[in-house]
Design a protein around this ligand. Sequence first.
Ligand SMILES: [Zn+2]
Length: 336
Amino acid sequence: MALYGGIDLGGTKIQAVVVDSERAADRGVVGAARHRTPHSGGPPAVAQELARALREAAAQAGAEPARLEGLGVGSPGEVDARAGTVAHAGNLPDWQAPYPLAAELSRTLGGVAVVLGNDVGVATRAELALGAGRGARSLLGVFWGTGVGGGLALEGELWRGRGGAGEIGHMVVKQGGARCPCGRRGCLEAYAGRRAMEARALRKQRKGHETELFTIMREHGHDALSSGIWAHALERGDKLARQLIERAVEALGTGIASAVNLLDVERVVLGGGLGTRFGTEIADRIAAAMRPHLFNDERPPELRVSELGDLGGALGATMLCTAHPDGRDSGLRPVH
Ligand SMILES: [Zn+2]
């Protein structure tokens, strides 16, 4: 057995996996655990919860965390992989200054070697190696969830630019358009990000538009409009929910087509909470929304839905470990 740990740190949930890289079935997964991301307590509370989730996944695999060959963590915010720190993780509680996440996790988990990576980058790497991106040389991953994240692979390797590449959520789809959570105007995320969609739904409801979105949210005991709540509302024929999803689809089509005009990738993989939930029913509509904006409209890229779904980020995080068979280009030293 060669066991690797992977954790996907999200704004709402923490997904941990332990994979055996010598096992072919189930993509090697021999342990998995999902926990809620703490809303308070700052980075130390989040680090503790990451360790708990990883311990649980390792226990399922019948191993102590210290026995893992390595642990990779896909994180939002500014990841400094060399220093092992994360800063400015906006969706996480009180997380502005650089926090030594890798060293803290290693200390808590019996000295396991920890490598950090960008959350969207690792999910893209996983789709490329194991999922809907297999066999593609160039790929654009679009992760449609709380925000809209993007990951890019060119000539079979992840493209990070100077570290900030792939921000498709902040491609401008309408000059001077809606205000984006990033503070700028007209970004794709201002129309398609779940947080922006929720804010608009709330404003519309206050102005007298009827919608069951928030009733369904309370029925399910949630405090935000999760992908599942949007799905329920659509099933109940909620008009406002339908309009907002259609608006998001149009914006996604515009933004993705613009990215394709620049890069001419052969494949686009749609993931993220909303992308995974609606992918199969909505991918064709996104492809149709792209069509009018594609310069080479007779040769559109293939649009596929993520095959790894919720596990993609955690699986990709295992590949940050340099010894992992799919971990070829990380070039990073783990932090102990
Ligand atoms: Zn923006």
